[in-house]
Design a protein around this ligand. Structure first.
Ligand SMILES: [Zn+2]
Length: 447
């Protein structure tokens, strides 16, 4: 059969990000998959969608760092609200973190509980991380077989008592097991010994100084050493301290299989302009200074940081303690699932970084790192998950337009550049006034 016959839909775009470059294309879709990528005027179908001249066709984004919190802390966030926010932000696949829900995803029974709750209410495709905690090494292989995309662990207090952290010898045992079963270990890397108690009060400086760069650098050294000794594949989540980049680069050059992500807030904000009492900007590790922010952008440009994901970590508004502005006791976490693309694109554009790089960091690289085949690219055989993006349109962030459950946002009132006009999931636009069509994704199970 010739390309172009028997298509359900053709999407024509004067600008599209395909294979790492921007070019005009026609994308042919059949049964929810991309079956042809051709020249702009090629292909025919009963339904033809033509993008406007100010729009760029991107693959749907893949956000591998999302805390949904359901069941157990569903007042913080839930599958319906989180995945609506994702869809509104051009994100077509999320991978849910194992903690802040109760139970945490540290056993197959807990994973099954999450599946049961999530089924029928996800607006985008949703996969799951398992958790590695003290005493559950024997649970890792069954969780891997059940379909988690890897395991998350902490090297210091996670903030919730039902998800304790691993001591260095426990990390080694867990990584020996993830190496044996061929899974990926993702690590919250801060060293407790380098972290001081944060003084009570509204001063951001006190919070920042309580969690210095060296805490990340030391913990990342431990991750690198452990990966080297066990042969495990490792991934460092939410890098803030750019000072850890040389060690990561050297480790990779030496054959250690370690990757690293950063997050939109570390690329957007800088410590000197964080107002006292602005606890909506509390997160761990903390947002650091302007020179550090510039170094993170440079590390992305150099390929030393692999990907950018949200670390969407919401809570109820009261837990941010805005009335007292006390950084010591406020919950740490920033909810930005819906805003990631405009935040990162706004900064990239200012720095002359092309949209193709942003797509690699936020779609292609995260999908590949966790083994999500058929996601994160516009290519024959991939799911027709698409994002229609208007990169030159400026807009104000109005918290009332955010779909996540508690509309606390440090981006409220900010001007961003680039709007998501439409999000397509498996060949059709997501319609938030209709019903959810997302699927639960399991590692190794054909889509
Ligand atoms: Zn997180």
């Amino acid at each position: 059969m010739a390309a172009g016959t028997g298509l359900d839909t053709v999407v024509r775009a004067r600008r599209a990000v395909v294979g790492g470059v921007e070019k005009p294309v026609a994308v042919g879709v059949r049964d929810g998959r991309i079956v042809a990528v051709a020249a702009y005027d090629d292909l025919a179908a009963a339904e033809v969608v033509v993008l406007a001249d100010d729009e760029v066709l991107l693959p749907g984004l893949v956000d591998t760092h999302v805390h949904v919190n359901e069941p157990g802390r569903t007042d913080w966030e839930g599958f319906a609200s989180a995945t609506r926010a994702a869809a509104a932000g051009g994100v077509t696949t999320i991978v849910d973190m194992p903690l802040n829900s109760i139970p945490p995803t540290t056993t197959v029974a807990a994973l099954e509980e999450k599946w049961a709750v999530a089924a029928d209410q996800v607006w985008v495709d949703t996969g799951f991380w398992g958790g590695a905690v003290p005493g559950n090494v024997a649970d890792l292989a069954p969780l891997h077989e059940a379909g988690v995309f890897g395991f998350k662990c902490f090297l210091l207090d996670s903030g919730v008592e039902e998800f304790p952290h691993l001591a260095p010898d426990e990390l080694a045992d867990a990584m020996a097991e993830t190496s044996r079963i061929g899974s990926l270990m993702v690590v919250h890397a801060e060293d407790a010994d380098e972290i001081a108690a944060c003084a009570h009060g509204t001063a951001y400086r006190d919070f920042l100084e309580s969690r210095p760069d060296v805490a990340e650098e030391r913990a990342i050294s431990l991750v690198i050493d452990t990966a080297r000794r066990t042969g495990a594949r490792a991934h460092v989540v939410h890098l803030s301290a750019s000072g850890a980049v040389p060690a990561l680069r050297a480790a990779r050059a030496g054959g250690v299989e370690v990757s690293v992500e950063t997050c939109p807030h570390y690329l957007h904000f800088e410590a000197a302009t964080i107002a006292d009492g602005a606890t909506e900007l509390k997160c761990c590790p903390p947002i650091r200074g302007a020179a550090n922010r510039d170094a993170l952008w440079q590390a992305l440009a150099d390929g030393d940081i692999d990907l950018v994901v949200s670390d969407h970590s919401p809570c109820t508004a009261d837990l941010k303690l805005r009335e007292t502005g006390d950084f010591a006791d406020a919950w740490g976490g920033i909810a930005s699932l819906q805003l990631g693309l405009p935040i990162v694109w706004t900064g990239a554009r200012e720095r002359g970084v092309p949209l193709t790089d942003v797509v690699r960091w936020m779609a292609t690289a995260p999908a590949r790192r966790v083994g999500l085949s058929g996601k994160g690219e516009i290519a024959v055989g991939a799911d027709a998950d698409l994002c229609v993006f208007a990169p030159d349109e400026e807009w104000f962030v109005d918290p009332a337009a955010l779909h996540h459950k508690n509309a606390v946002s440090p981006y409220a009132g900010r001007t961003l550049t680039g709007t998501v006009r439409a999000t397509w999931l498996r060949g059709r636009p997501v319609d938030l006034s209709a019903g959810p069509r997302g699927r639960l994704l399991r590692r190794g199970v054909p889509r």
